[in-house]
Design a protein around this ligand. Structure first.
Ligand SMILES: Cc1cc2nc3c(=O)[nH]c(=O)nc-3n(C[C@H](O)[C@H](O)[C@H](O)COP(=O)(O)OP(=O)(O)OC[C@H]3O[C@@H](n4cnc5c(N)ncnc54)[C@H](O)[C@@H]3O)c2cc1C
Length: 385
């Protein structure tokens, strides 16, 4: 942030990252922040924004150069996540696209698959989503029922997915399903324009109102042989690998959103008078916001350390789970405390704190719930021999 509320220097970013941050900040200030409330009412952001963001290099910053990417490290991705968060602009589903869906194509796709999709995904001409969750299979992904049966050279895909982010906009879904006769899960690249791919309604949510989240139906969709991503039956392994990046992404965003809400609340408390004095002079305000700051300093130290681990190729699943648990819960605490300091105004949607509060709630559920994070961490306490 410009005026760093945490006063804890960051050492992970280089001058090149900082220069990129300036560009991203200007783009967010001009192209996103002024329109975000209108997009919240619309329930979706315009496709045009994606094209502009792609042209500015905000999409898939880590995608390889031969396919139009900048080939940057993950810290460039973190810059985009943070700048959206500092501006209270969680609507554009760039993180789902760039950090959660496209990396499967980059890491496990063939050159032909990358040729077909990646340049347009980088430029924002195409939008991606990841479709794992089903009505009866969320935390327990093994319970999924989506099935692809072999049909000549290709497949026929049937099933239903739910809570799919970018569900209304996406042109490409990375879909997890079983190939008939195989217990193991496989991943498929599914073109949303294929006959039999049906989008359900844009689901009405507690928060993240500008982000489209949908059911997706696959009605006997004919997929070409080239739709299989990576090797048959390796889907679960790929997902577990991808989920560490997904969780780090959630952490980076949650941490920055918590910093932004503390920044706003500190300013509000200095301005608001109660009983003839600024709210910031009351010991309770000083104590509760001091405690939030302490939480967020710990969060920043953790996030920056994990960013470095990830860039070095050393981030393990259990550390990503621990950080996701800690930072998403810290965001929830920060948003609740900051809303209370705002009093009734904090409950009014015109104050960003109300939206941060509502938006924060899902972070303890999506990308693996807090309970599942604890289970992943606990497995390291009693490792199987
Ligand atoms: C806004 C939003 C966006 C999403 N975007 C996507 C997306 O783009 N793609 C996608 O595939 N999915 C997406 N999801 C789905 C999300 O990942 C799931 O909601 C999440 O994994 C939890 O699954 P569930 O909702 O089925 O809850 P359930 O699995 O039914 O869990 C219900 C409760 O039981 C608890 N629980 C479950 N198992 C255990 C256990 N073993 N021990 C203790 N407690 C347990 C859970 O923690 C939770 O509190 C999204 C969800 C939301 C809300």
């Amino acid at each position: 942030m410009n005026d760093d509320i945490l006063t804890l220097p960051r050492r992970v970013f280089s001058p090149e990252h900082d220069a990129f941050r300036d560009q991203v900040r200007r783009f967010v200030a001009q192209e996103i922040a002024p329109h975000h409330q209108a997009w919240e009412r619309a329930g979706v952001v315009p496709r045009e924004l994606w094209r502009k963001a792609g042209d500015m290099g905000l999409l898939c910053p880590t995608a390889p150069e031969p396919w139009g990417g900048a080939g940057g490290d993950y810290l460039y991705s973190a810059v985009v996540l943070e700048e959206l968060a500092y501006a209270h602009a969680p609507g554009p589903g760039f993180a789902i696209h760039s950090e959660m869906a496209v990396p499967y194509l980059v890491n496990f796709g063939s050159d032909a698959q990358k040729d077909a999709w990646l340049p347009n995904l980088v430029s924002g001409r195409s939008i991606a989503g990841i479709a794992m969750t089903e009505p009866s299979a969320g935390s327990d992904l093994h319970a999924m029922q989506a099935q692809a049966r072999r049909d000549g050279e290709g497949f026929r895909l049937s099933g239903q997915k739910v809570f799919i982010s970018n569900g209304q906009l996406a042109d490409l879904f990375i879909v997890a399903a079983r190939i008939a006769g195989d217990e193991a899960i496989s991943l498929f690249l599914v073109d949303a324009a294929l006959p039999g791919v049906r989008r359900g309604r844009n689901l009405d949510k507690l928060g993240h109102h500008a982000q489209d989240t949908s059911e997706i139906f696959f009605d006997d969709v004919a997929l070409p042989a080239g739709a299989l991503l990576g090797e048959q039956g390796q889907g679960f392994r790929y997902l577990m690998k991808g989920l560490a990046r997904e969780r780090l992404t959630i952490c980076v965003s949650c941490q920055a959103r918590a910093e932004a809400v503390l920044r706003d609340t500190v300013a509000y408390a200095a301005d608001r008078k109660v009983f003839g004095q600024p709210l910031s002079e009351l010991q309770n305000t000083r104590f509760v916001l001091g405690a939030v700051k302490a939480d967020l300093i710990a969060g920043r130290a953790l996030v920056d350390r994990l960013l470095q681990e990830y860039v070095d190729g050393a981030l393990d699943a259990s550390s990503a789970a621990a950080a996701k648990l800690w930072v998403s819960e810290a965001l929830g605490r920060a948003a609740d405390t900051c809303l209370q300091v705002h009093g009734g105004w904090g409950y009014m949607t015109e104050y960003p704190v109300s939206r941060v509060y509502a938006d924060a709630r899902v972070e303890r559920i999506a990308g693996g719930s807090s309970e599942i994070m604890k289970e992943i961490i606990a497995r390291t306490l009693w490792p199987r021999r």
